[in-house]
Design a protein around this ligand. Sequence first.
Ligand code: PHE
Length: 348
Amino acid sequence: MSVDNILNRLSELKVRALQSLNGIDDTEALDSWRVDYLGRRGELTQILRGLSDLDNDDRRHVGSLANNIKSELEQSLSDHQQSLKDRELAGRTQFDVTLPGRSIDMGRLHPTTQIVREICDAFVSMGFQIAEGPEVEWDRYNFEMLNIPKDHPARDMWDTLWVDYKDNNGDTPMLLRTHTSPMQIRIMEDSEPPIRVIVPGKCYRYEATDATHEWHFYQVEGLAVGEGITFADMKGTLFEFARIMFGSDRKVRFRVDYFPFVEPGAEMAIDCFVCKGSGCRVCKNSGWIEIMGAGMVNPKVLEGVGYDSSKYTGFAFGMGPERIAMLKYGIDDIRLFYSNDMRFLRQF
Ligand code: PHE
């Protein structure tokens, strides 16, 4: 083959290779292009093989030209590869507006928080204010000023977690409050009647846990003090609360109960809102569900904070929101509230 002939073939090959490269838009076709033009059995290699027939000068001349073409084609190949890749990436960032959106996992309020708020709202609608107080409390407020002196057997009602702290000012021992009732004292010490307040908050008891007992739980306390407040006011207020929380056709029942800081003391029950009183699992076949302790503030407690008990009377009550949530939602184990199991919490 003559030199001219080879040179012609080379330049024709270059033009053809570049043209066909331009039309390629997928990587598979690009690969077979590489095999066709630059591969070991490709056209260029074949032409180069034919160079052995030429004399030295011609071979050098044609060889260097062929190598230039080869590197030019290799460069074009890698440019083209890059532009295909760029195009593919650009395509991926375009989004399909018809795809369904990804759902966002929303936070939610803990069931206890929801019930506490519901309880508070019910009393706020009757003119009560909301107050909160310390969870680490003095014996004086948790017990003594609530008419539960040291060594009084009634202390057995509240198994206590004591805090190992000695106070230099001769104050009483420290504990984790076993109920929210100490806030009755704190509020009365800080203000004058009339008082209408509710106190939501955490309480602690030194207690083995089971389906109905937790060592840590919430209470909502209530206190109303003023002139001429009677047991009937208490009944009316708590009856209204039961209707707001559990439905307008509720009946309520008060039975005598004992708490040292109230006299007389009562336990309030509502007729079962599930079976309407005929007996079921929720009310343990009694038709009634106990929902709180209550009573008229003991005159000794009023005197203890410096109130004139011949002028002022009042009532107090305390309830467990987890218990109320259990009744409302049919939850059968109080430990579910604080075991952080999302399968439980997601249901509220
Ligand atoms: N503090 C009482 C308890 O924890 C409940 C209660 C509050 C009873 C107020 C009467 C009046 O059991």
